[in-house]
Design a protein around this ligand. Structure first.
Ligand code: ATP
Ligand code: MG
Length: 164
């Protein structure tokens, strides 16, 4: 069953924390699509994800190379589709090898490759709200894995604790 829920964060560290918690719970072979405007915090979330997967190297933005690979207990394939014209270009780079392997794939600007993104991908949409504080973001999570329930509970509790 498809789940959708929101996480409200008030600073970059909390976005990172959400990514880290997801990295600890996400099953191998998962695909995460990140959407949201320039500077929304997609790379910050991906950095957290890497940390949660036990990767010590900190990802930076792969904008100029389409994909970076990070070795950890579970490998992370970090894509950035910003410069792609669409799914066809993504297909030409042989993305299947990564998407359908046993690592975790994360794609920034996933809306650019909607047509090749599998239906079971988890979508994380990060938005800032016009009236809200500069560093506030609403993180919308959409997906169908059972593990997303534990992710939601753990993230909500961690966010509460970090606000205290
Ligand atoms: N709540 C927040 N979560 C994440 N980043 C935040 C938040 N508040 C402020 N920021 C700042 O916004 C910027 C987000 O940058 P980031 O590179 O993660 O964005 P992005 O969505 O990957 O952008 P791009 O589309 O250029 O790849 C960082 O400088 C970060 O410090
Ligand atoms: Mg980015």
């Amino acid at each position: 069953m498809e789940k959708t829920f929101l996480l409200e964060v008030s600073k970059p560290e909390q976005t990172m924390l959400c990514g880290e918690i997801m990295g600890k719970l996400i099953p191998r072979g998962s695909i995460v699509g990140l959407t949201g405007d320039l500077g929304a915090g997609k790379t910050v979330f991906a950095k957290g994800l890497a940390r949660g997967l036990g990767i010590t190297q900190e990802p930076n933005s792969p904008t100029f190379v389409i994909m970076n690979c990070y070795e950890g207990k579970v490998p992370l394939f970090h894509f950035d589709a910003y410069r792609l014209s669409g799914g066809a270009e993504f297909e030409n780079m042989g993305y299947e090898e990564f998407f359908y392997g046993d690592g975790v794939s994360v794609v920034e600007w996933a809306d650019k490759i909607r047509d090749v993104l599998p239906a079971n991908a988890v979508i994380i949409d990060i938005q800032s709200q016009p009236q809200a504080a500069l560093e506030s973001r609403t993180i919308k999570v959409m997906g169908e894995g059972k593990w997303l329930l534990s992710f939601r509970n753990t993230a909500e509790q961690a966010l509460l604790a970090s606000k205290r």
